[in-house]
Ligand binder design. Structure first.
Ligand code: URA
Length: 437
């Protein structure tokens, strides 16, 4: 392992055999996690060639069991991660209501971003650690299933993901490609829709990096002859209004009831429409989009969401009564200090400030607080008057000093105002189709 770390540290290309050996030794605990983190940092700093990325993806994919499902209609979506990204809870039931089968293996919070698994675990009773048999049977029965990284499927990703989360080695194109694609290919998805986030709240801050990542991910899907598409989407402000585990579940239900914010509704519909198209349920994107909108409007997607929660042991009372979720009891309203327009947010800081309240992890063993978070009343381009609410902080008793710190940091490092009008930002920047799409 010492020689392999040293080789990568010096910018040399690792062989297929060396990469396979590292992953095998990691999952069988023959090398130490501290050695793996050194290698991850060397990969982060020196990158990987296309051949190394392919070898790493394949080694991680075959680090555990793999599942196969028959049929073109088994499609998953994955996001590279952002702030307030709750689209999975909306698009999976929409797609499933339209006849797509959605086998989701999701992650926990990563770096400053929130995680789908942490969010859904704020629902009392909901189980994300189902065995493979249950995973397969639920997908076949209900057309949707949502689990976390397991010891059975792509176990190497589970270990590496947790290490990257706390060692600043996340925003690396080969590591993101291998992490996402090893899971997607192992879980049996026959087509993949990627939401590649771009901006201050994403791992790819600039469009050029996001396009490179899209090329790397779509190239991997092509190699496995899986149809795929990548949407490059705006992550310069929280998606929707809510940030924080329970708060985001509430907002997802609001979207499914047709009452959600415009940006998260638009992205969820676009992603589910691509899933419907890739599944072959509809021939054109426009027809697929019309179908997705219908599933949202006629309540069939909301019904499917309820079915997903029940099937995985969760209590569904919260769908009608949000007080059944563990939302923090105390609220503090952060107000505009002056008149103007909201110019920008430094969105990754919003994620980190949520972690300060306990909404994310600082070290691997931290327990996440499901109740804390933020609800934004204003977004980029909105006009504000001095004293208007910008956002509300949900916190626990005893966290008053953290709240004060968050408010100070927010005005110092996060929000920028403009005296003149600011253009409304685009939600979806670009769509890139894979070769086999
Ligand atoms: N999502 C993943 O599953 N892995 C990454 O590396 C980034 C986002």
């Amino acid at each position: 392992m010492y020689e392999i770390i040293d080789k990568k540290k010096n910018g040399l290309e690792l062989t297929d055999q060396e990469i396979k050996w590292v992953i095998k030794s990691l999952t069988s605990k023959k090398i130490h996690e501290y050695q793996m983190t050194a290698l991850l940092m060397a990969i982060f700093l020196n990158g990987m060639t296309v051949a190394e990325t392919a070898a790493l993806t394949d080694a991680m994919l075959y680090s555990g069991k793999t599942v196969t499902f028959d049929g073109k209609n088994v499609i998953d979506k994955h996001s590279t991660g952002g702030i307030g990204d709750k689209a999975s809870f909306i698009l999976a039931p929409i797609a499933a209501a339209c006849g797509v089968k959605v086998p989701m293996i999701a992650g926990r919070g990563l770096g400053f971003t929130g995680g789908t698994v942490d969010k859904v675990e704020s629902i009392k009773g909901f189980k994300t650690d189902l065995g493979l048999d249950k995973f397969e049977s639920l997908l076949n029965k209900n057309g949707q299933v949502l689990i976390g990284q397991t010891k059975e499927i792509a176990p190497a990703d589970r270990i590496i993901y947790a290490l990257r989360d706390v060692t600043a080695t996340i925003d690396s194109i080969p590591l993101i490609t291998a992490s996402i694609m090893s899971k997607k290919l192992a879980e049996g998805a026959n087509g993949i829709v990627m939401d590649i986030k771009v901006g201050s709240g994403a791992f790819m801050k600039k469009k050029a990096g996001a396009k490179k990542l899209a090329k790397s991910i779509l190239g991997t899907a092509d190699r496995f002859k899986k149809p795929s598409v990548a949407l490059l989407t705006n992550m310069n402000q929280p998606l929707g209004n809510s940030v924080g585990n329970s708060l985001e579940i509430i907002e997802s239900v609001e979207v499914l009831k047709g009452k959600g914010p415009k940006d998260i509704t638009e992205i969820s519909l676009a992603l589910s429409a691509w899933m419907i198209k890739l599944a072959g349920v509809e021939k054109t994107y426009n027809k697929a989009l019309a179908r997705a909108k219908k599933a949202l409007k006629d309540g069939s997607a909301l019904k499917k969401f309820e079915e997903l929660i029940k099937a995985q042991g969760g209590q569904t009372k919260f769908i009608k009564d949000y007080s059944a979720l563990p939302v923090a009891k105390n609220k503090h309203i952060v107000k505009a200090p002056k008149d103007g327009y909201i110019k920008s947010f430094k969105c990754d800081e919003i994620g980190l400030l949520c972690t300060e309240l306990g909404g994310g992890r600082k070290v691997k063993t931290d327990k996440v607080d499901f109740g804390v978070g933020f609800v934004f009343a204003k977004k980029v381009s909105d006009k504000v008057k001095k004293g208007d609410e910008i956002f509300t902080i949900y916190y626990n008793k005893g966290q008053e000093d953290v709240v004060e710190y968050i408010e100070n940091r927010f005005f110092k490092d996060v929000i920028k105002f403009s005296k003149t009008k600011v253009e409304k930002p685009q939600t979806i920047y670009e769509i890139i189709e894979g070769k086999t799409c």
